[in-house]
Design a protein around this ligand. Structure first.
Ligand code: AMP
Length: 190
């Protein structure tokens, strides 16, 4: 099964992806995590991506398409994967479809987590208030930019999947276990 977790920054895509990894054995393929690992490792790809990520802009399509393609061909993706934070542009979605078709696979479901902007902002503020390690792009200012990018470049990807009849929308403002339960019910229904 191949799933796309869709939604604005801070909607809970990562949280629900991790739960799906535990409960369904589907690896979480987060391009954001992969890019941060590349930054930590000091690779050229990481170095080239850092400034864009820090300011809340997207990295080029070719960059993420390259890393996702490589990652998807690892043996742990034999039964599928959860795509978290990818695709973020129509171009990425088109390439992902092509990549899956070439492997005799497809996206089964796109789970859209809907969360109001104000709630996303409150979540960032409470993460900051809670202390803990801080991501360079996890602050109210950069969130605004990331939301702009989301509505402009990423939200249209939903239309792409809607024409394929694959989108299921969930209220991402409900408590985490409730969202998990709703996702589980949807997956059991396909
Ligand atoms: P995330 O951890 O998914 O919120 O991603 C953090 C940042 O990594 C984003 O704000 C982008 O700068 C970059 N990024 C992650 N995934 C993608 C993607 N699919 N396309 C372009 N940029 C991405």
């Amino acid at each position: 099964m191949n799933l796309v977790l869709f939604g604005p920054p801070g909607a809970g895509k990562g949280t629900q992806s991790k739960i799906l990894t535990e409960t369904r054995g589907l690896p979480q393929l987060s391009t954001g995590d992969m890019l941060r690992a590349a930054i930590m490792a000091g690779t050229p790809l990481g170095l080239a991506s850092k400034a864009l990520m820090d300011k809340g802009a997207l990295v080029p399509d070719e960059t993420v398409i390259g890393i996702i393609g490589e990652r998807y061909d690892q043996p742990d993706c034999a039964k599928g994967a959860v795509f978290d934070g990818f695709p973020r542009t129509i171009a990425q979605a088109v390439v992902l479809d092509k990549m899956l078709v070439e492997r005799g696979r497809k996206i089964d479901l796109v789970l859209e987590l809907k969360v109001d902007d104000g709630v996303l902002l409150d979540r960032v503020k409470s993460r900051i208030a809670a202390g803990g390690p801080q991501r360079a792009d996890d602050n109210p200012e950069t969130l605004k930019k990331r939301l702009e990018v989301y509505y402009q470049s990423t939200a249209p990807v939903l239309g792409f999947y809607r024409t394929q009849g694959k989108v299921k929308t969930l209220d991402g403002m409900k408590p985490i276990p409730e969202v998990t339960q709703q996702i589980s019910a949807l997956l059991d229904g396909i």
